[in-house]
Design a protein around this ligand. Structure first.
Ligand code: SER
Length: 326
């Protein structure tokens, strides 16, 4: 007998995207139908108290199997990953979590004949030989970071499971994601989040990439929309599966600072590039996401001006209330 409701599991639910995606899915599908999982207790009481939570280590398949069985999970949003900057400090951990973790999720999903799996990729799948502007959907994938290596291998592995095992796996290559609920956990695009918090708190920020560093970016509401819309797309319309380019905007660090300055005139941004500059330089300036637009109707809502207005409104309010935790 068909189940009444999808039973969804989110891995990495304590992370930047996972924490907000869990709440968005709970709103849409009901609190009890969305299991949050992670390796540490969710700091947000909203996430902790609104629905079930279980500890898992995606690199240990038995911990995944146990909760999947217990909650009769049939859909997984697999968000746990070690990001690019932390991955360069600890490449072995990045391989273990990102590669073995993804393999374990796919294997459990295959064995249990799950309905659908979401595994995001990233602009980190590209590398210095990739065309930098309006990067095509089909292009050179030769990343230089361990995170990027695991993202390319993950895309290939997911597509393999679609073809070989008929498992419905979907994913998009996210650009840098900007949000105010949960801070990103050690990526190269983190400056585009930190700059807002520092601008509100201290009116000053030292950016770890050069002023002219341009990367594709997206505001969290669009990031959540991409995951949910892609998962709801008609399978028969999809020519791609796990590697859709998606983007919302592109700006340099200098343009971002200038946009914040329009709202906070005293704001000063300085630039002190570190090891993350080389990573940023190997990633595209902008992406061609026409395949996502054609195959599942992708359309973002926020540009830089709209995002800055919203980010600053929320952060200024928190600062005034004394709840700006950064
Ligand atoms: N935001 C990620 C990072 O910087 C890219 O997917 O590592």
């Amino acid at each position: 007998m068909a189940k009444e409701m999808e039973k969804i599991m989110v891995t990495g639910s304590v992370g930047q995207i996972g924490s907000e995606l869990t709440m968005a899915l709970r709103k849409k599908f009901g609190n009890d139908n969305v299991l949050a999982t992670g390796h540490k207790t969710p700091p947000s009481p909203e996430l902790r108290d609104s629905g079930p939570f279980e500890f898992i280590n995606v690199a240990k398949i038995e911990t995944v199997e146990e909760v999947v069985k217990k909650y009769d999970i049939d859909t997984i949003y697999h968000l746990s990953a070690i990001l690019s900057a932390v991955g360069e400090k600890n490449p072995q951990l990045a391989w273990d979590v990102n590669m073995n973790g993804t393999y374990n999720i796919l294997e459990v999903a295959r064995e249990r004949e799950m309905t659908r799996i979401f595994v995001p990729s990233s602009i980190a799948a590209f590398g210095p030989e990739t065309p930098l502007d309006n990067t095509p959907q089909e292009t050179i994938l030769r990343p230089r970071t361990m995170y990027g290596v695991t993202k390319v291998a993950g895309e290939l592995l997911c597509d393999y499971y679609v073809k070989r095992f008929n498992l419905d796996v979907r994913g998009c290559r996210y650009p840098g994601i900007i949000s105010y609920e949960t801070l990103p956990g050690g990526g190269t695009t983190d400056y585009a989040v930190a700059i807002y918090f520092e601008a509100v708190k201290n009116k000053k920020y030292t950016c770890f990439v050069r002023e002219d560093t341009r990367l594709p970016m997206m505001y969290m509401p669009d990031c959540l929309k991409a995951a949910i819309d892609l998962m709801e797309a008609d399978f028969s319309r999809l020519k791609h599966h796990s590697d859709f380019n998606v983007t919302a905007m592109s700006f340099s660090a200098g343009e971002l600072a200038a946009d914040i300055k329009k709202h906070i005139p005293e704001f000063v941004c300085e630039y002190a590039p570190d090891f993350r500059q080389e990573i940023a330089d190997s990633w595209p300036n902008s992406l061609d996401d026409s395949a996502a637009r054609e195959e599942w109707g992708w359309k973002p809502s926020y540009d830089l001006a709209a995002m800055t207005e919203d980010m600053l409104k929320v952060l200024k309010q928190r600062h005034a209330n004394g709840t700006l935790n950064y």
